[in-house]
Each structure stands twice: as structure tokens, then as C-alpha cells.
Design a protein around this ligand. Structure first.
Ligand code: ATP
Length: 237
């Protein structure tokens, strides 16, 4: 298997506050991985470091290339889509306009129309509502729209920060089902931060658990699900 992302000895800082303390992990191409951990463990900071949004030391390589010193835009152009926490859809634009905007940095504009159609196959609800203002969608639909818009970048890796926050359990399953499909069919590697460890363990392949800025557990989701220790690191499990 090819390694896509390699993070080594990451130490991240907010001013004098150190949030990550020598965190290391790697992702294989094509993997669907969850990053679990309690509040404040450092999950968000890890994603921010990959996108160069926080000061850090250590090494991050994507597809063999160092990411250190690259701007947020450059990281995106290399094929990493970051979907931060919270509703990211542009509420005064329609669903379709949001998707078109997702392709704004793409040089080759030819396939944009067919990409939108392909993405609507993953999210039929967005297709039905394509002329609707994003602000009038439900919370779950807005979250789907932010994922759909990120796909317009044709990323190789998607970093999702708690996409299921505040969503009803049924919608959460729906969203994870779609992420699984995107992962298998479009071969997009996915790293998803999740508070609900129990659910994530059911729905992803690989898991990393963070505690106070370090990885304390790593492995196959099925094996980790059986491990008693997970309950200490992830209160929700
Ligand atoms: P949550 O699930 O609550 O989002 P998290 O695992 O994503 O938690 P981070 O947001 O990465 O955790 O926070 C890691 C640590 O860094 C925490 O101790 C937090 O208080 C600190 N921290 C995060 N953002 C800042 C900031 N802007 N300024 C100072 N400290 C911060």
C-alpha cells in the first residue's frame, strides 16, 4: 500500500500554549480513517497543522512532498480538501452555485458540469434542491453540501472536522454511508475527526486516538472497538 500522508513528531502552538506534543501517524492511499479523542485532545489542531493554519514543528509529507511552508491554497492545490467544523455553506447562494464555487481554483473547467452530476449521485437530496438557497437547507443537508463542495476540488485526501456535530443519529449514518461510498468509488482518502467513537468505529477502517496532543492508540477499527482502553480516551464510546 502507498503511504499518502506521513506526520512525524508534530508539536503545535497557540502562542505559548502547546497543543500537540510530538504527534505522529500516517495514512495509506485509499484509507478511511477516524481521529478520535476527548474535547481538547488536539484533533482540530492536527488538521490545522496539515493545512498550515497553526504554528508547528515536525514534518508533514503528502505523497512524498513536504507540506511545511506551503500556503493554505497550495496545500489545497496539492489535493487536500479541509472541511472545518461548523456550517461552511454560503447561505445566500443556491446549492448549485455553492458547488460551482467549489471548482473556482480549478484550471481545467471542462469537466465541472459532469463533476456536479457525479456528485449529485452521491447526494440525491442536493440534486432535488439544487435551486434552493443553501441557508434554507437542514443542518444535515448543509453539511452534505460542504462535503460535496469540497469534492469539486477533486481532492486525493479529505480532512473533515466533526462533520456530524449536532446532527441526528440517522443523518449521521447517512453521511458516513456517503463518505464510505466516496472513499470506495472515487478513491478519495478520508481522515475524519469524530466525537462519537462508537459510531465511527462501526463505520471506518482505521482509527487513531489522541490524548493530550499525542497518539495513544492506533489500529484497525474492528480491533479497537473491542479494546476496553478506548472508553477512557473517548468518553462518548
Ligand atoms: P474539540 O473536540 O473540543 O474540538 P480538539 O481535540 O479538536 O477538541 P483542539 O481544538 O485541537 O482539540 O485543541 C487542543 C488544545 O489546544 C486544547 O487544549 C485547546 O484549549 C488549545 N487551543 C485550541 N485552539 C486554541 C487557540 N486558538 N488558542 C489557544 N489555545 C487553543
Amino acid at each position: 500500500m502507498t503511504m499518502l500522508l506521513n506526520v512525524k513528531d508534530l508539536r503545535a502552538y497557540y502562542g505559548k500554549v502547546q497543543a500537540l506534543h510530538g504527534l505522529s501517524f500516517s495514512l495509506n492511499e485509499g484509507s478511511l480513517t477516524a481521529l478520535l479523542g476527548a474535547n481538547g485532545a488536539g484533533k482540530t489542531t492536527t488538521l490545522r497543522a496539515i493545512c498550515n493554519m497553526v504554528r508547528f514543528t515536525g514534518a508533514i509529507e503528502f505523497d512524498g512532498k513536504p507540506l511545511v511552508g506551503r500556503s493554505i491554497g497550495k496545500v489545497a492545490r496539492l489535493g487536500i480538501a479541509h472541511i472545518p467544523q461548523g456550517r461552511g455553506a454560503l447561505i445566500n447562494m443556491t446549492v448549485q452555485e455553492n458547488l460551482q464555487l467549489g471548482a473556482i481554483t480549478r484550471k481545467n473547467k471542462f469537466q465541472i458540469g459532469s463533476d456536479i452530476e457525479r456528485i449529485y449521485n452521491y447526494f440525491p437530496v442536493l440534486k432535488r434542491r439544487h435551486t434552493q438557497q443553501a441557508g434554507t437547507l437542514s443542518g444535515g443537508e448543509q453539511q452534505m453540501l460542504t462535503v460535496a463542495r469540497a469534492l469539486m476540488l477533486r481532492p486525493r485526501l479529505m480532512l473533515l472536522d466533526e462533520p456530524t456535530f449536532g446532527l441526528a443519529p440517522l443523518i449521521v449514518r447517512d453521511l458516513f454511508g456517503i463518505l464510505g461510498k466516496i472513499n470506495r468509488e472515487d478513491k478519495v482518502s478520508i481522515l475524519v475527526v469524530e466525537q462519537n467513537a462508537q459510531l465511527a468505529l462501526e463505520l471506518v477502517d482505521q482509527v487513531y486516538v489522541i490524548e493530550t496532543g499525542r497518539i495513544v492508540m492506533a489500529g484497525n477499527a474492528k480491533d479497537i472497538a473491542k479494546d476496553e482502553e478506548i472508553r477512557k480516551s473517548c468518553p462518548g464510546s
